[in-house]
Design a protein around this ligand. Sequence first.
Ligand code: BGC
Length: 811
Amino acid sequence: MKFGYFDDKQREYVITDPKTPYPWINYLGNEDFFSLISNTAGGYTFYKDAKFRRLTRYRYNNVPTDAGGRYFYIKDGDTAWSPGWKPMKTQLDKYECRHGMNYTSIEGVKDGVSAKALFFVPLKTWAEVQKLTLTNNSNEVKKLKIFSFTEWALWNAAADMENFQRNFSTGEVEIEDSVLYHKTEYKERRNHYAYYSVNAPIQGFDTDRETFFGLYNGFHEPQVVEAGKPGMSIAHGWSPIASHYFEVELKPGEAKDYVFVLGYVENKDEEKWESKNIINKTKAKETIAKFNTVEKVDTALAELRMYWDNLLSIYRVDSGEEKLDRMVNIWNQYQCMITFCFSRSASYFESGIGRGMGFRDSNQDLIGFVHQIPERARERIIDIASTQFPDGGCYHQYQPLTKKGNNDIGGGFNDDPMWLILGTTSYIKETGDFSILDEMVPFDNDMSIARTLFDHLSVSFDHVINNLGPHGLPLIGRADWNDCLNLNCFSNDPNESYQTTENQSKGSKAESLMIAGLFVVYGNDFIKLCKRVGNKAEAKRCQKHVDEMVAAVKKHGWDGEWFLRAYDYFGNKIGSNENEEGKIFIESNGWCSMAGIGKEEGLIEKALDSVKERLDCEHGIVLNNPAFTKYYIEYGEISSYPPGYKENAGIFCHNNPWIMIGETVIGRGDEAWEYFKKICPSYLEDVSELHRTEPYVYSQMIAGKDAFKPGEAKNSWLTGTASWNFYTITQYILGIQPDYDGLKIEPCIPKDWKGFNVTRKFRGATYKIKVINENAVCKGVSKVIIDGKEHSSNILPIFADGNTHTVEIVM
Ligand code: BGC
């Protein structure tokens, strides 16, 4: 069952039923100022950091779900309704929500009146702009009363939900003309405030929540709306809100537009005040003036759309598969921008309080984003590397506002360092900008011990080899990519966190085959980079370690039919046929296959066949099998989940592409493609009632075959699945790979594909690539023709001439 449809021309998903199986959301803003918005206008707003600069309040885990947002209440006679159906939930005559690239428009129609609300954050603007268009399509004059609504958060989203003995006394507001200002804590340590304006005279307002709703009423029954008149309340403590009130008269056929601006301002200390206790509103007024007419708003939206035209013109496929094309050309790239912006911090499954930017997460996010805005990727790489320690280890997360490592989470995740190599080499391959390697980058944000980024990569590599276990395999530390395989934790206290509690790493024999594979892949990548920059000595030194790791994996990491997952604290095997549960895991088989370990001996083929036999199911590839059915204290969180969920045999979509890439290593394009389709959201649109999360973005997890409800997804949007799937489909299946000296073409596709076309902008030229597969093969390029001339290799040269070049690839 579907709840809407894709409008690819507009690059929108159109939701036609407000009761989606879960709130289907979108993100506004892509630089400093952000909003989350659901299909019924729920969500919240923040500046840079969802924890430290929360502007508007949101209640996770509420009843009903998705409570709180930016709402309009329309009172027409005795009927009150909201354009997004919620919060009033009055039955609408028509409802339509269009989620587009960083904008959302929601239209409701009731009794001949249409209310269409457009929401977006204009480029380079610290505000969410809302355009409300009211149209009278009836034959009578309509007299409408309009109430806007948003609820302020008291800045620090964690304290906002905890410290009520203080919070209920701090709230302060100011009102001037049609602008409602929120200035809590401005007079002490804060240099910022927020505001909500409308570009028309108002007949009233409310800034106190209790006056607006009534103490015992929900969002769907504000007492001022019911009474049809505002409370004119001025908040003193308790819960400040912002609500405008105005009256509109519309003749038959008449339409009127109103522009609301919900913004954020920072002032220098000496510029904070206009007069005693009156805030300096200059900057707010400047922003409001920029969007005080419909024309200005429309121009800003056009600019935003153009911005996305440009971003999405860098990689375009025309495969003849509509569902594939819309993911590659629109939604998957869009999701990669979103994961780049937020890492795993703020979604409808991430509270914005718990997690900042992940070291491993953000590096991986880059592989789906770097082609879009390489300059921002560059800055991100430096930020991430700045939180590394001199020994190559790193903070697992950092806060976006301060860019400092997060002490609460700490470090010790032994896969983290290797991802920096992936992030950096991806950037250089895309841009050819080797100068990034010479940047002086601090350790632990301390510039006095800065070294070059190249040195950071070197210590990343060394961190693995300085932490090897008894089999010469990498020690796992707190965990590797699988945060829930906690082999040194031994937790029997439900009050401690598996990941941050004191680990018993001393004397531990816990080794990870996933890190081993990862090390071979990015160790080789680093060696290639060393050679490319002429550092032969480093290349040679590293080669020795990579060779040793390959040998160690073959000797101690092969279980007979697949790669082992790990050794536990005591040196016992995990992911072996000898185990009763958790005999086989996806991660090590993915990474050792990607690394090509034992390819000649047929190990990869065997491993991937085992994956197919034991881990694959109708909805994707589960993480491990058989699922754990009891708690293993020596394995940690992984065995805490019921079978089929999350890391315990869920389909953890992030790692499915590792198997797809593994399949391409041995040329099995049909298998790679089948796996791709199983978890690709556009292919799941028809089963939305089962899948539940948005059909336009990837989710972190789909319940696996052992679950109560296989196929049900959770944790949409902020997941490495976005970048890994984009990377896999574009670089390994369609096979267009940026490389240091050109664009390498190496597709691995289903045999029955006749071919496809890709337009790729790369280093200052446009490549129009036509792949022809008349020989019905999966892999292997037999002929390359560039601008009519045969070319001897499958690496397309760097033209950098601003021109378009036609390329024909015969497979
Ligand atoms: C985390 C990743 C982790 C994955 C698997 C995600 O929620 O963000 O860092 O690799 O889970 O445990």
